[in-house]
Design a protein around this ligand. Structure first.
Ligand SMILES: C[S@@+](CC[C@H](N)C(=O)[O-])C[C@H]1O[C@@H](n2cnc3c(N)ncnc32)[C@H](O)[C@@H]1O
Length: 295
């Protein structure tokens, strides 16, 4: 296995990375007109590469058959390194030692660039390090691209408090609807803790679930006790998450559904702006619109 081997995601990964790349290009160009400290922080950075298995093709009248092959494409860390004008500093975090080794190799291939590669749990690292006076003169984009439900609410809250970071957050809606079972009583203590950690509250129990009256037979004998059932479908869960984010970030752009056409949608790609100034918000909205127009 190559050090930078990293097979993850599906076809939607291509779209996700294309959206983030477009944002990074616009962001870096616009911010560098007035700021000398423009950073990129990749909290779940991977290896810098994405291993893609291209399926074998059967031959037909026109084309020869082609065997399956594997190719390495750019992952988010490498995409960010290639942005022009370049980010002044890049911070790559990952919990996996092999991924850290690959990120260090990637760093060595960009001599002269200010790159930090940090091993550890992204939540712990961010929560420990993010409070900093320097945010007044620094702006950053942070990419939160976990496999599942790893991002903690406290992490998001502290990012929002910097008032300096735009966050791209791949939110696992499928993770949420798997954990938040239809019937509230089916959610065990472990799942409940995971949901609290991800949503930053236990209010979801009353906000997402409604009581269903006990079922009685003709004689009034209770056949089923009162249950609490989740009303929200996938779209409802997405707007619940968006509303939660909007409680800590001054602006949350319309999320991108991923994969774009598959239903039920598995992910929502959120962009949340922590800088409350009109200028920062308008700029982010403008980037968002121009990305939609370009897709
Ligand atoms: C979906 S991949 C990121 C892919 C990357 N954005 C790219 O485009 O190449 C998720 C990464 O998060 C890392 N990871 C998982 N849990 C983590 C945690 N708690 N803290 C930091 N990294 C973590 C994994 O090792 C993996 O490399």
């Amino acid at each position: 296995m190559r050090e930078d081997d990293h097979e993850f995601g599906g076809q939607h990964t291509e779209i996700k990375l294309a959206i983030v790349e477009k944002y990074l290009k616009r962001y870096s160009a616009a911010l560098h007109t007035w700021c000398d400290n423009v950073w990129y922080i990749d909290a779940f950075a991977g290896t810098g590469s994405r291993t893609v298995r291209v399926k074998a093709k059967e031959g037909d009248l026109f084309d020869e058959p082609a065997p399956e092959y594997v190719e390495q494409r750019r992952g988010s860390a490498k995409i960010a390194l290639d942005i022009d004008p370049p980010f002044d500093r890049l911070v790559f975090m990952d919990s996996k030692p092999r991924h850290i080794a690959a990120l260090n190799t990637l760093k060595a291939s960009y001599p002269g660039r200010d790159i930090d590669v940090v091993q550890g749990d992204a939540n712990e690292l961010i929560q420990k390090e993010i409070k900093w006076d320097g945010w007044k003169k620094t702006r950053a984009v942070m990419f939160l691209d976990p496999y599942g439900m790893e991002v903690e609410w406290d992490t998001l809250r502290l990012i929002a408090e910097t008032k300096a970071i735009d966050v791209w957050y791949l939110f696992s809606l499928s993770g949420l609807y798997r954990q938040a079972a239809r019937d509230l009583s089916k959610i065990d203590a472990k799942k409940e803790r995971a949901l609290n950690r991800m949503l930053g509250t236990d209010a979801w129990k009353s906000e997402l679930y409604s009581p269903i009256q006990p079922a009685k037979d003709l004689l009034g004998v209770i056949e089923r006790e009162e249950v609490r059932q989740r009303d929200a479908d996938v779209a409802g869960l997405e707007s619940y998450v968006r509303d939660r984010l909007a409680q800590i970030f001054p602006r949350v752009l319309e999320p991108w559904p991923l994969p774009p056409k598959e239903r039920p949608q598995r992910f929502s790609l959120f962009c949340a702006i922590s800088n409350p100034s009109d200028r920062a918000i308008k700029l982010a909205e403008q980037f968002g619109r121009s990305i939609i127009d370009s897709m």
